[in-house]
Ligand binder design. Structure first.
Ligand SMILES: *[C@@H]1O[C@H](CO)[C@@H](O)[C@H](O)[C@H]1NC(C)=O
Length: 129
């Protein structure tokens, strides 16, 4: 009994210190599942999804998808994003299907790298304070 209690205590201390080391994301930034229950998919209304959300630097967007055609391109250039020219515009690709993107201040755009999803309107614009 006593050793069980001790173990829990030690784990607690361990978590506390790893939290300090990793600056505990829960405290620093919020984590958002893009598209909520629809995830990163053509079924999600991404415009609606961003409504009422205030993104801050350090927040994390999680892109969840199974279809490899949905690999995520992050774009900084508004013009290339509007044109869905992701081949030129993508500054980063996220390909794991469970991609965590830490936000920085500014505006960043996301779309599936493979056409024709972007042309069909699967686009996400995020303003980060
Ligand atoms: C997505 O949501 C926006 C804002 O609520 C709405 O204006 C738009 O019609 C929706 N798009 C689709 C395809 O449902």
């Amino acid at each position: 009994m006593a050793s069980g209690t001790k173990k829990v205590f030690v784990i607690g201390i361990g978590l506390f210190f790893s939290c300090l080391l990793l600056q505990c994301e829960e405290v620093d930034g919020r984590e958002y599942i893009v598209g909520d229950d629809k995830r990163w998919s053509p079924d999600a209304n991404l415009t609606q999804w961003t409504e009422g959300k205030k993104f801050k630097a350090g927040d994390v967007l999680v892109f969840k998808y199974k279809d490899p055609d949905l690999i995520v391109a992050a774009v900084l250039d508004n013009y290339l994003f509007e044109k869905c020219n992701l081949y030129l515009g993508a500054m980063n690709l996220y390909t794991s299907g469970n991609d965590h993107v830490v936000l920085k201040k500014g505006t960043i755009y996301f779309a599936p790298y493979q056409s024709p999803y972007c042309e069909n309107g699967m686009k996400l614009t995020v303003h980060v304070e």
